[in-house]
Design a protein around this ligand. Structure first.
Ligand code: GTP
Ligand code: MG
Length: 304
């Protein structure tokens, strides 16, 4: 392809062969203003260029065991997650406002810094804050509570405010350089979906929103796999009082991240500072639920 075509692809955020190979012709054409037959050829070329390679089941097993875990500071929540939040995958915490999604993200940003024998990865975190709810004061408290120097703990968290969905996606592109250079093993996106919902409201923009989110998730998944990092995203899901059957918190705007790889954890409020966590649609850990608490020290087991 010519340089102007390449430029159009890059400007539309398609900077890798993989991102082009997994795009649909209509999506790519809409994003780049290139005619459909052209983008069809580009997509075919990208798919050919990608090395399609089988893995054995044993290789898959070994990869699975290479995944590392970050503790949440709650034994019961760690157990529910199969030992903690895993690297090489995306973990989504979803639930209504105030269910503790942001608190869990803060706690993990501190805990990733702990040594491995204490449930950390002796590494740093990136916190992509889309709603302006990151609080360094809370990091200070949580760090002290686990015995880390609070200033050092804060120095090991790279915070950025993503101002819109476009910026949010651009930030993730940048992370490919950053993770290669720095010892970052946790990437938080809090919230994953807020900007996308606000910018693409209504049924008519649902398809476009979904395409962009899919591309964003695909990039996050690549980050997780290439750099052996944990990616943790949040997704506010509003209750629907008009839904009487099934799960009333399931659906506003659809299950945006339902089909992405990874683990989905639903959070619900319980009494006082207690919260219920439930694993849903996890490919390799059993579905189940547990109770934890949000205390002044951070995420902890609930007192019996
Ligand atoms: P949205 O972002 O609005 O969707 O909510 P969220 O799920 O991110 O909720 P968040 O993690 O902000 O949880 C808020 C809850 O955590 C509050 O209702 C408090 O109960 C608790 N919390 C937040 N900060 C503190 C704190 O400093 N001390 C204590 N003890 N609890 C806190
Ligand atoms: Mg929040």
């Amino acid at each position: 392809m010519g340089p102007s075509t390449a430029q159009k692809l890059i400007e539309a955020g398609y900077t890798t062969i993989e991102s082009i190979a997994v795009a649909t012709p209509h999506e790519l054409s809409a994003a780049t203003n290139l005619p459909l037959p052209t983008v069809q050829k580009i997509i075919e070329a990208a798919r050919e260029a990608l090395d399609i390679k089988f893995k054995t089941a044993l290789e898959l097993k070994r990869e699975r065991f290479k995944a590392k875990k970050i503790t949440t500071s709650s034994k019961s929540l760690d157990e529910l997650l199969g030992g903690g939040v895993e690297t090489r995958t995306i973990t989504e915490f979803f639930g209504e406002y105030g269910t503790g999604k942001t608190q869990v993200c803060h706690q993990l940003s501190v805990n990733v810094q702990l040594p491995e024998d204490r449930g950390g990865l002796a590494a740093k975190a990136v916190y992509i804050d889309t709603e302006g709810t990151f609080r360094w004061e809370r990091i200070d408290q949580m760090a002290r509570a686990v015995g880390l120097d609070p200033d050092k703990a804060m120095e090991n968290i790279f915070w950025i405010r993503a101002i819109n969905s476009h910026h949010q996606m651009a930030v993730v592109e940048k992370l490919f350089d950053m993770l290669a250079k720095d010892n970052i093993k946790l990437v938080v996106v809090d919230s994953l979906t807020g900007h996308f919902r606000a910018e693409f409201p209504g049924r008519e923009s649902l398809a476009l929103r979904q395409q962009l989110l899919n591309r964003h998730l695909h990039q996050l998944m690549r980050l997780a796999e290439i750099y052996d990092a944990a990616v943790v995203v949040t997704n506010q899901v509003m209750a629907r009082p008009d839904v009487f059957f099934g799960d009333p918190t399931a659906a506003v705007g659809g299950h945006v991240v339902g089909h992405a790889p990874g683990i989905r954890v639903q959070l619900r409020k319980s009494r006082g500072n207690k919260r219920i966590a439930k694993v849903v649609d996890a490919p390799h850990i059993p579905e189940g639920e547990t109770v934890f608490a949000i205390t002044e020290y951070g995420v902890r087991d609930a007192e019996q």
